[in-house]
Each structure stands twice: as structure tokens, then as C-alpha cells.
Write a protein that binds this ligand. Structure first.
Ligand code: NAD
Length: 413
């Protein structure tokens, strides 16, 4: 069960906590609380049966002090302006934390795409991109995939933009490799999650070999994280997806589980482990619990059942702010989303750089640069958390907000 929290309130509360500790100037604080621009559009769709439907679409640009706005576009029936605003701000802090030259943005359409044909989704995507065209551009705002959008949707976006402005691969990231996508992008977020687990283990003196792991959500992020953690010697003992969970106390064969999930888009029927509910998975006694599916899955109603030593937030916002505080008081460290899942936007940045240079990097180069970015960010956050005796989350926000505030001040108004 997940809890729908006010995303906006949670992100503003978190911002204020870190801004207080930084002693941030009141004027800068007011500006950074507010998005720079919000565009709300009607997206018309001519359905295959010739009927006409109308949807709400959004693009929110939170802050671009450090570079063009950057952030995904989500197709989901719960998308609303409140959610898009908070996710746009999250991108400002995430890009600043890993020190890539972007600001933060986010977009979405309020739609459950499962009821629509591929052709309908293509028409909808192209129409939406035309509607937000005035505010996007490779040096203005660079969209990417998010929930229920993928490399194909990015290919339609790129094509639509190209028809209006000429061939511009750098207009979106997360594209298919054959259209200028980056090698290593698909696995980047999961790889970043595994690097975060490794760095957490090293900081807190946990033996990585044999450390137990449970992953909620074995999709793109969760499955790659599971595979890389298996390679590092961790013991993945539970995993789940929307169809339910599996428990293997002696550890999964992570390569086989990954291959099965990649092929079947679920772990159900993989022939390993015993069935377990998602609620029971969250309560398992493990070293590392990795929520990699939805927001709000660890909340005040279930926080007392959490039995892990570290929560590694692979999803965006999986721990509600009060639950996060409770865990900190209990001595359970939560490694925040803006650090843990920043691998995706980091390689998106590499993709954009490759597109601007019209030059493709080798996958080893991409992975080595990703590793360096994430390790640097982790070390900075860990050092501040130790110095100030604050949670890793508050430390991460302090590093990020400080960086954005300095850029904001230097530019002047
Ligand atoms: P995905 O759609 O590939 O995978 C999501 C997984 O969660 C699927 O296995 C799905 O079955 C499972 N799931 C859905 N509802 C569930 C439920 N109620 N209980 C348990 N499992 C459930 O998505 P993804 O790209 O892996 O993204 C996962 C999370 O990571 C999201 O919160 C996303 O915003 C965040 N994230 C993703 C990226 C990226 O690069 N893909 C980057 C940053 C953050």
C-alpha cells in the first residue's frame, strides 16, 4: 500500500529544513520555492474511432540558474500541477547535487495510457510537444522519459521538434541508441543505485559480500540494481513487482532473475523463491531495503515494521517525510532519492553532451564518468551529514540548495 502525500508540501518542507540550516537569505529562499514558469496546455487526441478527447498537459520549469531546465515527461492518471511542481523542484536539487549544468523541470499529461493504441499515443505525444514548443529547446529545456514514457516517445518528440526547427537530437534525452541515445543510459539509474549501496556499505562498515537486499519494484531501475548488486556479492533475498513478491532466503540467482524480468516484464513465474506480499517484503529483516517502484510506500502507518538497516531510495519519494524522520531517530539511515537515483539524469546529461558534440562515447567512458559523479556526490553528502550530525537527506538538500543559491546570486536579477 502506498500513501498519497502532498508532494508539494513534502518537498517545500524538506527545502525549508535545509534552507534554515544553510541560513539562506529570505529573498533567495522565496524565489527558489517558486517555479520560474508553469505552462498548462490542452492536449487534443483524435482517437482511432474518430472521436475526440481532451487531456490536461503540463510543463513546469522550476529553476535554471545552473543551466537549461531538465526533467522527464510522465503519462499517468494522477498527474496534476501539484505533483509536476514538486517533481520539477526535485530535478533542480538532483542536477545540482551531482553537479551537472542543468536546472529542474518536469512535465506530464493526465492520462492512463494503457487504454490507448500505439498510434493514438504517437498522435497525443506529437500534439503535446507542439503545445509546449514555445518553452523548450536544447539550450532552454530538455525533456526525458518518466513514468509510462520511453525511448519511443522521445523519438516522436525529437522528430516533431525536428520538423519545426531542423534535426536536433539534443532536444530530448533517453532516445533510442540509433537516434543518438547514449550507451549505458538504460542501466544507468540501476547502476547508480548499486554504487550508492556500495558507498553506503563502505561508509558504515558493512561487509558488502553477503549483505542482504530486498527490492520492491523489479522494473528498469530495480532489476538493474539487483543484477549489479549480485555482481558485487550481495545476497538479493526478496523482489517484487505490481503482480506480487518472491522471497528466496538463500538468495536469488540475480542474473537469471534479471534475464527473466527483462524478457517477461515481470518476475512472476520465474521459478525462483516463494510468494510474498509487497507489504511483507517491506518488513523483511535485511541490510538494504530498496524501494524502486512508487512514491509514499514507507509511511507513518508501516514505518514501525521496517526492519532494515538502510533504506536506499531508488524510486522518487518512497519515504514520506515523517517516516523518514522516524527512521533517522531509530538509527535507520535513508539514502535520499536525489542522490540514489541520480544516475539516470547524469547519463542523460552525457547523452546531451554527445549530441551537441555529434560524437558517441564508448560505454566504458560513460560508466567511468557516471561512477565518478556519483561517488563524489555521495562523499560530499556523507561528510556534511557527519559534520552537522544531520540525516543524509537534509545533507543532500543542503549541498544542492547551496550550489543553486550561489549560481542564482552570481547571475543577479
Ligand atoms: P518501471 O515501470 O520500469 O518499473 C516499475 C516497477 O515497479 C515495475 O516492476 C512494476 O511492476 C513495479 N510496481 C508498480 N506498482 C507496484 C506496487 N504497487 N508494488 C510493487 N511493485 C510495483 O519504472 P522505473 O523506470 O524502474 O522507475 C521506478 C522508480 O524509479 C519510479 O519511482 C521512477 O520515478 C524512479 N526513477 C526512475 C529513473 C529511470 O531512469 N528509469 C530515474 C530516476 C527515478
Amino acid at each position: 500500500m502506498s500513501v498519497k502525500v502532498s508532494n508539494l508540501k513534502a518537498s517545500v518542507d524538506q527545502f525549508d529544513r535545509a534552507a534554515d540550516l544553510l541560513g539562506l537569505d529570505e529573498n533567495i529562499r522565496n524565489s527558489l520555492r517558486m517555479p520560474d514558469r508553469e505552462l498548462s496546455v490542452e492536449v487534443l487526441l483524435r482517437r482511432d474511432d474518430e472521436s475526440l478527447e481532451s487531456f490536461k498537459g503540463y510543463r513546469v520549469q522550476h529553476n535554471n540558474s545552473r543551466g537549461p531546465f531538465k526533467g522527464g515527461i510522465r503519462y499517468h492518471h494522477e498527474v496534476d500541477i501539484d505533483e509536476v511542481r514538486s517533481l520539477a523542484a526535485l530535478m533542480t536539487w538532483k542536477t545540482a547535487l551531482v553537479d551537472i549544468p542543468y536546472g529542474g523541470g518536469k512535465g506530464g499529461i493526465t492520462i492512463d495510457p494503457s487504454g490507448y493504441s500505439e498510434r493514438e499515443l504517437e498522435r497525443l505525444s506529437r500534439r503535446f510537444f507542439r503545445a509546449i514548443d514555445p518553452v523548450i529547446g536544447p539550450n532552454k529545456d530538455v525533456p526525458a522519459p518518466d513514468v509510462n514514457t520511453n525511448a519511443q516517445v522521445m523519438a516522436w518528440f525529437m522528430d516533431e521538434y525536428g520538423q519545426m526547427h531542423g534535426h536536433t537530437p539534443a532536444i530530448v534525452t533517453g532516445k533510442p541508441i540509433s537516434l543518438g541515445g547514449s550507451l549505458g543510459r538504460e542501466s544507468a539509474t540501476g547502476k547508480g543505485v548499486a554504487i550508492t549501496v556500495r558507498e553506503t556499505a563502505s561508509k558504515f562498515g558493512v561487509e558488502l559480500k553477503g549483505a542482504t537486499v530486498a527490492i520492491q519494484g523489479f522494473g528498469n531501475v530495480g532489476s538493474y540494481a539487483g543484477k549489479f548488486l549480485g555482481d558485487m556479492g550481495c545476497k538479493l533475498i526478496a523482489a517484487s513487482d505490481v503482480h506480487g513478491g518472491l522471497h528466496a532466503p538463500d538468495g536469488f540467482d540475480t542474473d537469471a532473475l534479471f534475464d527473466y524480468a527483462y524478457e517477461h516484464r515481470t518476475i512472476k513465474g520465474c521459478g525462483q523463491g516463494k510468494e510474498i506480499s509487497n507489504d511483507d517484503l517491506i518488513a523483511l529483516e535485511v541490510d538494504f531495503l530498496i524501494p524502486a517502484a512508487l512514491g509514499g510506500v514507507i509511511h507513518k502507518m508501516n514505518v514501525d515494521q521496517i526492519n532494515c538497516r538502510y533504506v536506499i531510495e531508488a524510486a522518487n519519494g518512497p519515504t514520506t517525510p515523517p517516516a523518514s524522520e522516524t527512521l533517522f531517530e531509530k538509527g535507520v539511515h535513508v539514502v535520499p532519492d536525489i542522490l540514489t537515483n541520480a544516475g539516470g539524469v547524469t547519463v542523460s546529461y552525457f547523452e546531451w553532451v554527445q549530441n551537441l558534440q555529434q560524437f558517441q562515447w564508448e560505454e566504458e567512458d560513460v560508466n567511468a564518468k557516471l561512477e565518478r559523479k556519483l561517488v563524489n556526490a555521495f562523499k560530499e553528502v556523507a561528510a556534511l551529514s557527519d559534520k552537522k550530525k544531520i540525516s543524509l537527506r537534509t545533507a543532500a538538500y543542503m549541498v544542492a540548495i547551496d550550489r543553486v543559491a550561489r549560481a542564482f546570486e552570481l547571475r543577479g536579477v
